[in-house]
Design a protein around this ligand. Sequence first.
Ligand code: E4P
Length: 215
Amino acid sequence: MKFFIDTANLDEIKSAAAMGVLDGVTTNPSLAAKETMPYRELLAEICKIVSGPVSAEVLATEHDGMLKEAEELAAIADNIVVKIPTILEGLKAIKSLTERGINTNATLVFSPSQALLVAKAGAMFVSPFIGRLDDISSDGMELISRILTIYRNYDFETEVLVASSRHPMHVVESALMGADIVTMPYDVIAKLIKHPLTDIGLAKFLADYKKAAKG
Ligand code: E4P
């Protein structure tokens, strides 16, 4: 399973890349708004750090505007994948961009029917937002399971990119289900390595060695 980081913060991206687990980056307008550098400059910097897919989101909401913006974003670097909102105009944009050889990530997906349509239109990634479903007492992981079943039934090439992950168990459950990718905030990556018994064990090894060395 591939690991993407869900941030536009350069320090977080550099740190995750140094861990050797980073396969790509997802950004969105809300994440970009937290940074001081203009969005497109930021994307260019991110693409210098990460060679895998870097998702960059359009702000336009109709087909022609999405296409224009997507072409500008795709020109920033070869590894840019353009995030398109999963609405009717977005579906048309995914089809047009796929025909032009521009890779797309269908974002804000909350149902199996949306996932089915974006796969048929040719999206490279589908991004179901599981945390936002959990937030409204729905089951985010159930959506992932249903999308994986549909895609496997018909051998769709679109990769399932689990988005809006909030904690390590979202990542573990995604791996057990065989999702292609999870994008996660930096703190979730950091939490994945933590185990209290590792910390206790390490402290004891060091203390024991120190005691013995004194004696
Ligand atoms: C994914 O591409 C989105 O940027 C992201 O995962 C949204 O997460 P949130 O629901 O925590 O904002």
